[in-house]
Design a protein around this ligand. Sequence first.
Ligand code: ADP
Ligand code: MG
Length: 600
Amino acid sequence: MPLIQKLPSLLINQIAAGEVIERPASVVKELLENSLDAGATRIDIDIEAGGKRLIRVRDNGYGIEREQLALALDRHATSKIASLDDLERVGSFGFRGEALPSIASVSNLRLISQAQHASEAWEIDGQNFTIAPARHAQGATVEVRDLFFNVPARRKFLRVDKTEFSHIEQMVKRLALGCADAEIRLSHNQQAIFVIPVGAESQAIRVNAVCGKGLLEQSIYFDESGAGLRLSGWVGLPTFSRSQADMQYFYVNRRMVRDKVVTHAVRQSYQDVLFHGRHPAYVLYLEMDPTLVDVNAHPAKYEVRFRDSQLVHDFIYKTLHKVLASARAGHVNSGLKENAFERRIDLSNGWATPQNNSLNLLNNAVHESLATYQALYSTASSNTGFNHIGQSYPSNPNLNPNLNRDTPPLGYALAQLHGIYILAENAQGLVMIDMHAAHERITYERLKVEHDAAAMLSMPLLLPLTLNVSQREADLTEQYQTTFEEYGFELHRTGVETITVRRVPSLLKEADIDALVRDVLADLAEHGRSQRIENERNELLSTMACHASIRANRKLTLPEMNALLRDMEITERSGQCNHGRPTWIQLNIDQLDKLFMRGQ
Ligand code: ADP
Ligand code: MG
């Protein structure tokens, strides 16, 4: 029979290292977080050979006292929490007291520090724990050499220097985006790679440094609070989508997380506006009472557990949905834009919802513009004067030839190009509009509003549909009965494992009801909510909108074109068509001048 033995502490640390120290970038994460926890305002990271030869992180934080140096390298020793109560409200990145001993067990580690108010510096050797005098300004340096020298299995899996370094670079950027108060410098093989600065506007500068200026230019900045939560940051325009999910930064109380609840909520808010297969870009900060989120769910702390995940989900979803709805044509440019900083919006009273509640405006617009649209695609030669809704703007630009600040955002139509595009002139220059794409979105949004207003009309099934489901699904049916009713379904549990559908939403009478109900139940089981009925409905409305919208080669009169522009300006999400493509592009006079090399 094999003997049960206590493991030696080196091996215990090596096992722990297996969990959190996967590659040089993981070491950088732990050291950088320690420096931030120590209140550093300047952090220098020096890397050699992709981090395989050397990782050195030096900071100017509060440092470690001589007597504490050995403890810092001891397992389960931390200065950050002392009780379960502390753990529940922890605000620091670290609290497990595992990183330094783990790293020291798989590398040659040296820790040098001069503590705050101390007069000399000391260093400790991570292998034999000997302490010797050293030279160091206030703060600490951790030097990690020859990572995994004693763990060949791990060492074998490391990639070429360049790859390992790019992981480090990504890691540093991710961490830098989450904190605002330390200047961070990174160098590789004695070459400076980047400096992430602090100062006024520092957060935008950091976003710029990490994501490139594309995101700042193609995103909406917002800051929204409610239900004890605060969400702020940059949410990428749907037209700035990416082929990979590589520009998604989400922070909970400054900690970067990859969380299922969060990802699902964000994804859902882009539902209606993203080109399929594309990924949104964002940098988002969620702040909340630390006792309502458990960060001790994962050794590397990438996952968190929200006490009320439904609340967090709904807040993120509703906020982003609202922000994205504000991406109306003429307001946030979907094309080229010079200055991103002017695009900060305040959802409560900024220009995103100018003087009117956008939904009321939309509702009025729906009714007033109905005649316009009927005319638009029923009468071939429509010279009828348009009774369009942008009442504040003169409908005929000839009456008001000067383009000034009263000019509507998308300006006035000049001509139609190849039956596809509308060319218009506004205060900034030239606007080009894809008329089918634009009209499709307007029709779609209008249909949605109409259907929301009329609630979901339902109709009885000639033959009630009986479905065999699991007991859990039958339970859910009972539990969510009213939710189903709101969507126009009438369904009851008729047995331990059977449910019967009697009425369905009239709009979805052609849908595969069996599959739809099952999918909704699966969603309810997994997430406690489902968007399927709404999605199914939206898909149908979107198809209807597409068919009902102006086709290419349809000749429009100038008043018709102007009516379309005015509608775009007030329609939510009109910056993109129903498939996420842009509906309009602005070319400023400056940009046109550049094209013609004017003034160069
Ligand atoms: P944790 O961060 O979970 O507490 P670590 O093993 O990363 O555990 O660090 C152990 C302790 O060493 C920390 O609690 C902290 O007191 C101290 N320490 C580590 N790095 C630094 C640093 N750069 N500056 C000051 N103290 C540090
Ligand atoms: Mg730590």
